[in-house]
Design a protein around this ligand. Sequence first.
Ligand code: BEZ
Ligand code: MG
Length: 720
Amino acid sequence: MKADGYTLDVPVSVDDLRAAVLGGNAAFYGQPANVAAFVDADIIVRNTTHLAEVEAVWGPAPGRVQSDGRRVFVLGKQFGNIFVGLQPTFGYEGDPMRLLFERGFAPTHAFAQFYLWLRNTFEADALLHFGMHGALEFMPGKQAGLGGNDWPDRLIGEVPNIYLYAANNPSEATLAKRRSNAVTITHLTPPLAAAGLYKGLVDLKDSLTRWRSLAPAAPERADLEALIAEQAAVVDMSGHAPAALWLKLLEAEAALIPDGLHVLGRPMSAAARADYLNLLPPMDAAERARIDAQLQQDTEIPGILRALSARFIAPVPGGDLIRSPQILPTGRNIHAFDPFRMPTEFALRDGAAQADRLLAAHPTLPRSIALVLWGSDNIKSDGGPVGQALALMGARPRFDSYGRLCGADLVPLAQLGRPRIDVLMTLSGIFRDLLPLQTKMLAEAAYKAAMADEPLSQNFIRAHALAYAEQMGVDMETASLRVFSNAEGAYGSNVNQLVDSSAFGQEDELADAYEARKSFAYGRDGKAVKNAAMLQKALKNVELAYQNLESVELGVTSVDHYFDTLGGIARAVKRQRGSDTPVYISDQTRGTGKIRTLRDQIALESRSRTLNPKFYEGLLKHGAEGVRQIEAHVTNTMGWSATAEAVDPWVYQRLSETFVLDEAMRKRMAALNPVASARMANRLIEASERSYWTPDAATLAALQGAADELEDRLEGIAAE
Ligand code: BEZ
Ligand code: MG
């Protein structure tokens, strides 16, 4: 930027930058970052056009969030003409009462003033949002075509919005474009590598390799099997015969994991690049050479600079490099898809095959399935998961004479060859926003199935709808509602926030939040109508719940959104039925899909990622952010206990041993990120208090001692 003529005092190192932004006077004001400016209450009152709406939710200016009662704080630090700011949080993260409301209300005073200050006081010519999952584009308002009455528009106004975005997240990027006028600049995600084996897993593999080479009647067989059982116990894999153990071990060894983090503008090492190229789909030598060359260039920082100079940014589809090499070069502006053509014929076939795998994996033919649908998995697969829903119900999309999606038709029972399965479809707010035609199509498929004159033994949708209509005194249109999501303009179930801030008591409160947020039924007209009773009725019949996993980078323990959606519905089903519901992950990350129980998925990710030195050392190279990501894995793991009870106790034991009870590791992580280290220790204790695992007295005492030490360290830092 300096070379481009910006006035800029560049900190000497990343650590200096972090210290200036996150340190400074932060402790003095009790804030998470340096306080760069204040906006007094009387200024807020004078200058805020929509003040009444903010005050209705957050009280008289300046409110309590990021404020000292007289003024709100603007967090960040100025370096020459560049202001590096911290976007305030939504404000309701730690507040269980607010998290239970079904609507996103209004930004906090601090949030609104942050943007107004940037525009009117600092007078920014452009904003660069750095990273993804921001809050601005999720503020209340219309889904698309925003105007002056929608919060994102009120906040960002006409300031150019440049948004650095992960190349593999076209769904949220599209939302950022639609709802905050963003020009996205893609960046690569971390290189991928095979997880490999470590510690006791290597010993176990040695023994299993030997066992496989033995003749059936070999005399040493019994001894070797005893050793294998011992070695399996050491790595928490008891209870499997050697042949099954072998397959499980190979799966863990071959699992793909992200190798650390991507650093903007820094091409990956030659070794990482070679590994990565080996994972790409078959292609000719010229194509491979092109990708190899592109991976060695930095196109991302130049992309940001181009955008800041208001120059054209070329478009690019979003996707993962291992399936879509056309995402290179990065540094371009993400576009999504043609909404009229989804699901494609390929996606329908792929969806039908994956639906068959799901049915084969479950011991009985389910009458009702809960399927969580996200935007990202559908956009990247041209509608694969939507194809699964249609296949389960026995329906197909209908296209008009221009080839545009216009509804759904039933596949005749004779052709389907099995009963129509009832599918309760819960959409992320992002899916609902991005795929309105598909939302209507799915509602129409459920309605047509409910109305079909077919034997009830062959049509579970109709059987259930007739029963609901009679029991609830509603018409068939209402009794066939199966597509549920948030209220318009609202996103997520808030289950993740409740877990993250430890703001729930009994787990049923998570079901309450889920139902309150996700009880908006989307019918054939695409309009949302709140109908909690119908959601509850449908939840009561659900025999299994599942969701697709589409990105290697983000496993179910990497981000909190999976337990927010799939975990949320699992808890809601459990509450309605009073019993555990089988939960599956439909793994579509590589080639042919696979179905895994959620418990197996979490065990696999714990083994191949969180507890794997190759994985965590890759993260720890990145200092504070690496520690934060490890802590997030621990919190997300607890999220799965709280919602789906799908975590084996050994996972907590090993997390404790690896990251907290090992003194050298604890000190190393605390030096890099004291806040995240303390959170992690406290989270493991919280998990034991909630009985998600039962450590022995010595382990618990050691955890408590470590947590106290980490807390003391934090207090020491604050006092300095
Ligand atoms: C989605 O693509 O629908 C989605 C992405 C991130 C979090 C939750 C949902
Ligand atoms: Mg978030």
